[in-house]
Design a protein around this ligand. Structure first.
Ligand SMILES: NC(=O)c1ccc[n+]([C@@H]2O[C@H](COP(=O)([O-])OP(=O)(O)OC[C@H]3O[C@@H](n4cnc5c(N)ncnc54)[C@H](OP(=O)(O)O)[C@@H]3O)[C@@H](O)[C@H]2O)c1
Length: 285
């Protein structure tokens, strides 16, 4: 099948390209910059203003991976713009080209009335998708991804190298890290698996772990027998983030701190019926 991956050059997208090609699909990738896998075609463009109709002509399915974790006001990059308006533009172009199949990457924790704007805007996008008549959608909401240099785990890796390891809050928030390759294989499988149409899948890996345990796991994998944690109170981090979050290089935003205080795990294992999970967390983060 002909599959267009919007936002297909990033951390998830590069694995999705490979998974689609392995299933024998023709792959077209849209992003502003980056490289694509051998056998995939790159269509450079900015989803905010590019023509999406032309690349969608002859497509059998669209996978949307565009998403941001942090807004960049100086560059007019907002959650509303990237999460909601992108989906609106994709749906409009799909309607114009009569492409019906959309596989959309959301995130665990997405719900109406969520505290974090990341989750709230992901919800508005989901709502738009599920209320569009004639759209054959599948929505995935994974927990934190790991494997192949996940940004979150790279951040942990850099922090465990310090004499004391700064950990946001008490470190008790629960995560259910899921292997990037598993998510990518599931997204690729959805393209030609009609049973997944009209479904929203929450996705988590085999282990549910507290933030403290994630730090310990990474430390152990990197040969550090112990770390000296420095638990920074959320209140203090919030105050700092409110002042500094828009400065270049500031490590965390208010929105991220809100999400770090919410457990991010699910009981939903329906995706495993289609796609046997490969890996627990070991050494490759
Ligand atoms: N990583 C995780 O742990 C995780 C967990 C749950 C959900 N998710 C969701 O999964 C999706 C993919 O995440 P990711 O980690 O792969 O993010 P990523 O590495 O930042 O990739 C984002 C992709 O979107 C493209 N993009 C961004 N702005 C664009 C624009 N204006 N026009 C065209 N393309 C644009 C990027 O390429 P350019 O910048 O070159 O344009 C890149 O290909 C997101 O929706 C994210 O919210 C991720």
């Amino acid at each position: 099948m002909n599959v267009v991956v919007v936002g297909g050059t990033g951390y998830v997208g590069s694995a999705v390209q490979e998974a689609l090609l392995a299933r024998g699909h023709q792959v077209k990738v849209i992003a502003r910059h980056g490289k694509v896998a051998d056998g995939a075609r790159f269509v450079p463009g900015d989803v905010r203003d590019m023509d999406l109709v032309t690349p969608f002509i002859d497509a059998d399915a669209v996978i949307n991976l565009v998403g941001i974790i942090k807004e960049v006001p100086a560059e007019h990059i907002s959650f509303e713009g990237m999460h909601v308006e992108t989906v609106r533009r994709i749906i409009t172009a799909m309607s114009a080209t009569r492409v019906h199949r959309l596989i959309h990457m959301s995130a665990l924790g997405t719900r109406p009335g969520a505290k974090a704007r990341y989750h709230r805007t992901k919800w508005v996008a989901e709502d738009l998708i599920t209320h569009t008549t004639g759209l054959h959608y599948t929505i995935t909401r994974p927990s934190l991804l790991f494997g192949g240099g996940a940004p979150f785990f790279q951040m942990i890796e850099s922090q465990i190298k310090l004499p004391v390891t700064p950990i946001p809050g008490p470190g008790t928030t629960l995560f259910q890290p899921i292997f990037r390759g598993d998510v990518a294989r599931f997204l690729a499988l959805c393209v030609d698996t009609p049973q997944t149409v009209g479904q929203t899948y929450e996705m988590g890996g085999p282990q549910t772990l507290a933030l403290n345990a994630l730090y310990e796991l990474v430390a152990k994998a990197k040969g550090k027998s112990h770390i000296t944690p420095w638990h920074i109170p959320y209140g203090l981090m919030m105050q700092l983030a409110r002042v500094g979050q828009n400065l270049p290089g500031f490590p965390v935003s208010v929105d991220q701190l809100i999400m770090l205080q919410e457990n991010n795990a699910t009981q939903d294992r329906r995706w495993e019926k289609f796609c046997r999970p490969i890996t627990p967390m070991q050494r490759d983060f």
